[in-house]
Design a protein around this ligand. Sequence first.
Ligand SMILES: Nc1ncnc2c1ncn2[C@@H]1O[C@H](COP(=O)(O)OP(=O)(O)OP(=O)(O)O)[C@@H](O)[C@H]1O
Ligand SMILES: [Mg+2]
Length: 348
Amino acid sequence: MELVGVAEIALLLGVTKQAVANWRNRKGGFPSPAANLKAGPVWTLESIQKWAEAEGYEIQLGAAADGAAAAAPAKQAVVMAVMNMKGGVGKSTVASNFGWYAAYLKNLKVLLVDLDPQFNLSQYILGAEGYEQLIEKGLPTVDAMFQPSQGQPPVQVNKLIRKVKNWEDGSCLHLIPASLDLAWTMRLALERSHVLRDQLDDVRSDYDLIIIDCAPTESILSTATYHAADWILVPVKPEFLATIGMPLLLKSLQEFKRTYPNEDAPEVAGILFNDVSDRVEHTRSRQRVRKEAAELKLHVFKAELNHSDSYPTGARRGQPIFMTDNARTERKNELTRVGNEILERVGL
Ligand SMILES: Nc1ncnc2c1ncn2[C@@H]1O[C@H](COP(=O)(O)OP(=O)(O)OP(=O)(O)O)[C@@H](O)[C@H]1O
Ligand SMILES: [Mg+2]
């Protein structure tokens, strides 16, 4: 029995992995995987052939095996933005821990992009001291992408990337940090909102996954994110008024689609509950969010992240929860469950 994964299906059908992920999510009849391995879902070649035939897609048999990979477009990273128009819900915590999980535990090449002038993600990854050193050294930060060149050649994205970790198997955790200077970009004209996508395009084939951590406000930076991202992950903290960020986010995404009708807008991957506890008001709030999500036709991830003091502790030291000394095993395991579910949803 011949088995194929998402990457092989993309090759066989001459499309991107993103397209296969979209089919899985949107096309009701897409075959169910024969198995879900640690490396990702696999299908029988036969089931894919049948589906492709029924849908009228031409299958290039042998493409995956006979070296057509070389002729196929270079592998492109999946770009996922972490957004919620409500502040303090765990966007930066999720971005850093999910990034660590994907790089360290799933051996992916991961680039994190801090797109918040408050630079929390940069601190969560470099640790408070590491971030201070970066600023003291005067190393460039993400705002350099957006500044008009003023006669200077535009800054190369590679100069902005800090290689935080490189492992022997080729996996890595890299970061484009932010600083308060990014606040100035908010005054820039919307015409420059495409630069993030253009600059990330230059390195998209170097990574498997690019994660953009966003500020909780609507600005040129959210437009820039919509231009650049394939997916949006929405962490939600089950608390009073937990639902207010969701319609705002969808409104802003709709506005983007109206303004740029010819662009591929990102899709909401789903809502991820974070900082959950078994308090009664959390349970009630979760029910309200689920109801609202159903009305807005948004996916809600099954796995959730509970409250753990190891998140802030790890963040201060630049560590993910699974590397902190005191985190309970169950809390570490739930990051694995959340990470697996998100990666599967985006076809990685
Ligand atoms: N699961 C959790 N358990 C305990 N503390 C958490 C958890 N998730 C986040 N926190 C803490 O909550 C605070 C806010 O988290 P974080 O900075 O990730 O939110 P944010 O949505 O990025 O905020 P902002 O909107 O300001 O960017 C931080 O102090 C963080 O350590
Ligand atoms: Mg944040």
